[in-house]
Design a protein around this ligand. Structure first.
Ligand code: TNX
Length: 652
C-alpha cells in the first residue's frame, strides 16, 4: 500500500513537474550536476543506468558495516522504486550488466576518511571508498541522482564523481531543552543530516527551561527539572537512557556522531530547581524557568557538592554517549549570585583569584580534568576562553569569529558557529516575528559563510575542525523546526562539504530547484512565507480590550500547526492582546492565552493553534481579545503560517 501511494506521489510529481523534469534532464546533458551538497569533482557522461527489478546490489563482506550498507541502499531504492533488489556479498553473483557495486579500496589515499568515487555507466554503478563512511556518502549521491524518465524507468545518469568533504565536523545543534523534541523527530533529522552528508548531531540537553536526560543518581532532575508551567499546563519531557542509546545507534548507522551538551555553570535553572543544595547560598530557591533570555541561576562554584554532582552526572552521560567529545556549555554565565555567595567567595580567596570570570575558569578546568579521566575531550562555547582552558579543549565560537581566532592562536581546535551565519532560529526573511536579539539570516548569507576565513593564518585555519549550525528552540517548537532549518541547512551542508572554488551561489540556487522537489518528496516542510489574514485600522480598537473577529476561512488549508503574528506597524501607540482563539463553524477549537503588549521587550506577538480535524467547507474565524496600548491610533496587520505535521521521511 505504501509503495502504491509513493508511486502515485511520484507520478503526480512527474505530471506537475514535467516541464521541470525535462529541464532537469537538459541540465544533466549540459554537464551540470544537481546534487546538494555539490560534489568536489563531477564529469557528465552520455547515457543512463536503469534500476530495474533485476538489478543486483553488491556490498562487500569486509565488515558488518559494509554489509549493512547494501541493505540500507536496497531499502531506500525499495521505497522509491517499489523494487526489492537482491543484495549479495558474493562476488560470483554480480551480473555483468545490471549491478550496483560497492567496494572498499583500502589503498586510496586521496579519498580520505569520508571520500568516495562513483562511476555510473549504462551497465553498472560503481561506488568505491576507503571507508564505509565514504561508501555511505556515495550512496547519498546515488539517491540524489535517481530520477524517473518519461517511459517510467528509474534511471541514474552516467557520470564520474570524485568527492570528499572540506571539513571533518559538519553538524547541527538541536535544542530539545527549550522545546522538547521527540525521539522520532530527532531520528528524522538524523536521516536528513545524512542525506546532506553531515556527520554530527549536537544535542543541547539541559537549560534553564528543562533538563532532558534521565540520570539515575539524581531522579529529581527529570521528576522536577524536566517540567515547567506553561500557561497553566505542565510542559516538558525527557529521554530515558534507552531512548538516547537508540538515537545514538541510529545515528551511528548513518555515520553521525551524537555529542551531548550538559550546560554549566550557567543555563542551570532546571537543575538547581531540582537540587537547591548545589545552588548558591543566600539565593532564593527557583522553579524551572518559563521565560527566555539569560538567567542568573548558576551551579555554585564554592560547594564541593556541586562538583560531586556534576561528576556523577557526567559519569552517567559518558556511559550513555560513546562520543570522544562532551560539550559543557559555558556560555552566558551571569555571576550575580557568585559575587554574593560566601562559598564562592571563599573558594576565590583560597585560589587567590579576584574575579568571578577566573572562578568559571577554575570550574571549567576541574570538569575538563574529570572528563579527561574518562577519556573524553571537552567542548565549550567561546566564553570558556575567558577563564583559561587547556589546549586540549575545543572552543565553539558563537559570538562571531573572535573565539575561533583567539582559541586557534592558543592551539585549540575550533568549531565555527558564528550566530550571524549559523543560527537558524533567526528568521530567514521577515523581521516581523522575531525575538529582540535576533537578526534576519537569509539563505544567501548562510551560503556565503566561510568557517575558516582568510584572515586566519594557515596554522590557525588548520585548527578549524568545521562548523555547526543551530536550531535553538525558544521560538521554534517542534512543528516549526523544519521551516526554520530548511532550506538553510542545504546551503550550510554545501559550505562544510564543498570547496570554496567549486561553490557558486547562482549554481546553488539552480540546483535547489530540483532539490526542493526532493525535499517535498521526503516530506520536509521547508520555509514558506506568512500570509496576511487580517488587519485593523486606527480607531477600530478601544483602549479597554474587546473581542475582535476576522474570517480567515481561505487561509486554513488543512490539518497542522498554525502560527499567527500581530504586526502593529503604524501609529504612536501599540496594541495589547490577552488571548487569541480559532473557531471552526463557530465552535472554538484552539486558544492561546498570553499577554502581548507591543513595544515591550521579551513579549512575543505570535499565537499558536492546532487544527486536528480540518473540514474543507467549514468557516474558520479568528477572535482576539485586544485593545490599543495607551492610545487607539494603531494600525496593523495579521499574518499566518501553516506548518505541516511532520511525517516520517519518505525515501529517494
Ligand atoms: C544564545 S549560543 C545562546 C542560546 C540561545 C541562543 C538563541 C549560546 C551559546 N547561547 O542559549 O538559545 O542564543 O539565539
Amino acid at each position: 500500500m505504501r509503495t502504491i501511494i509513493l508511486c502515485i506521489v511520484v507520478l503526480l510529481f512527474m505530471g506537475v513537474d514535467s516541464k521541470q523534469g525535462s529541464n532537469r534532464l537538459h541540465a544533466d546533458q549540459t554537464g551540470a550536476c544537481e546534487m546538494v551538497p555539490k560534489p568536489q569533482s563531477f564529469l557528465h557522461r552520455e547515457g543512463h543506468f536503469i534500476i530495474g527489478s533485476t538489478t543486483v546490489i553488491y556490498s562487500p563482506s569486509d565488515s558488518d558495516d559494509t554489509v549493512e550498507l547494501g541493505a540500507y541502499l536496497a531499502e531506500h531504492l525499495r521505497t522509491s522504486t517499489g523494487y526489492t533488489l537482491k543484495v549479495t556479498s558474493n562476488p560470483i553473483e554480480i551480473p555483468l550488466n545490471d549491478a550496483i557495486i560497492l567496494s572498499l579500496k583500502t589503498q586510496s589515499e586521496t579519498l580520505g576518511n569520508e571520500g568516495y568515487r562513483m562511476k555510473i555507466r549504462s551497465k553498472t554503478v560503481g561506488i568505491a571508498a576507503s571507508t564505509s563512511a565514504g561508501l555511505f556518502y556515495g550512496i547519498q549521491s546515488l539517491r540524489q541522482a535517481l530520477k524517473r524518465d518519461d517511459d517510467g524507468n528509474w534511471t541514474v545518469p552516467c557520470m564520474d564523481i570524485e568527492d570528499k568533504p572540506s571539513y571533518e565536523w559538519r553538524g547541527l545543534l538541536m535544542d530539545s531543552a527549550r522545546h522538547f523534541m521527540t525521539t522520532d523527530f530527532i531520528k528524522r533529522y538524523i536521516d536528513l543530516l545524512a542525506y546532506h552528508k553531515m556527520n554530527t548531531l549536537h544535542l543541547h540537553l539541559t537549560d534553564d527551561q528543562g533538563w532532558r536526560i534521565d540520570i539515575k543518581r539524581y531522579p529529581l532532575l527529570t521528576e522536577v527539572g524536566a517540567w515547567r508551567n506553561e500557561g497553566g499546563k505542565r510542559y516538558g519531557g525527557f529521554y530515558t537512557k534507552e531512548e538516547l542509546k537508540d538515537i545514538i545507534e541510529y545515528a551511528a548507522s548513518r555515520y553521525i556522531t551524537v555529542i551531548p551538551e550538559i550546560e554549566m555553570p550557567g543555563h542551570a535553572t532546571a537543575a538547581v530547581a531540582a537540587y537547591p543544595e548545589i545552588f548558591c547560598a543566600g539565593a532564593d530557591t527557583v522553579a524551572v524557568e518559563t521565560t527566555w533570555g539569560i538567567h542568573k541561576n548558576l551551579f555554585c562554584a564554592g560547594k564541593e557538592k556541586t562538583f560531586e554532582f556534576l561528576e556523577n552526572v557526567l559519569d552517567e552521560v559518558c556511559d550513555v554517549f560513546p562520543s570522544q567529545y562532551i560539550h559543557i556549555g559555558g556560555d552566558e554565565a551571569k555571576k550575580d549570585h557568585w559575587e554574593k555567595c560566601p562559598d564562592c567567595q571563599k573558594r576565590m580567596q583560597e585560589l587567590g583569584i579576584e574575579d568571578e570570570g577566573m572562578l568559571q575558569g577554575y570550574f571549567n578546568k576541574r570538569i575538563e580534568k574529570f572528563l579527561a579521566s574518562r577519556g573524553r575531550r571537552t567542548i565549550g562555547w567561546d566564553e570558556i576562553l575567558e577563564g583559561g582552558m587547556t589546549s586540549e579543549a575545543i572552543v565553539q565560537s558563537w559570538r562571531g569569529m573572535e573565539g575561533a581566532d583567539e582559541g586557534s592562536k592558543l592551539g585549540m581546535s575550533v568549531i565555527s558557529s558564528p550566530h550571524d551565519y549559523t543560527y537558524f532560529d533567526y528568521p530567514m526573511h521577515s523581521i516581523r516575528s522575531k525575538a529582540f536579539w535576533m537578526i534576519t539570516l537569509p539563505l544567501e548569507r548562510v551560503y556565503s559563510f566561510n568557517p575558516a576565513p582568510d584572515e586566519l593564518t594557515p596554522e590557525q585555519r588548520a585548527l578549524i575542525l568545521g562548523s555547526e549550525c543551530t536550531i535553538w528552540s525558544e521560538y521554534a517548537p517542534q512543528p516549526e523546526v523544519d521551516q526554520q532549518v530548511f532550506p538553510r541547512l542545504c546551503a550550510f551542508a554545501e559550505v562544510v562539504w564543498t570547496r570554496d572554488e567549486v561553490r557558486n551561489w547562482d549554481d546553488f540556487t539552480n540546483r535547489m530547484t530540483t532539490h526542493f522537489t526532493r525535499l517535498e518528496y521526503l516530506g520536509v516542510d521547508y520555509y514558506k512565507p506568512d500570509v496576511q489574514c487580517g488587519d485593523w485600522a486606527p480607531g477600530s480598537l478601544s483602549e479597554t480590550p474587546g473581542v475582535i473577529e476576522w474570517d480567515i476561512t481561505g487561509v486554513i488549508t488543512g490539518e497542522g500547526h498554525y502560527r499567527l503574528t500581530f504586526d502593529a506597524d503604524e501609529g504612536e501607540h501599540g496594541i495589547h492582546v490577552d488571548w487569541v482563539a480559532l473557531s471552526q463553524n463557530g465552535i472554538e477549537i484552539s486558544r492561546d492565552t498570553h499577554l502581548f503588549e507591543s513595544g515591550k521587550e521579551n513579549m512575543f506577538q505570535t499565537y499558536r493553534f492546532d487544527v486536528d480535524n480540518y473540514q474543507e467547507n467549514a468557516v474558520y474565524t479568528l477572535r482576539a481579545s485586544m485593545g490599543g496600548h495607551g492610545g487607539t491610533d494603531t494600525k496593523g496587520s495579521l499574518w499566518i503560517k501553516r506548518f505541516k505535521v511532520a511525517e516520517p521521511l519518505d525515501s529517494l
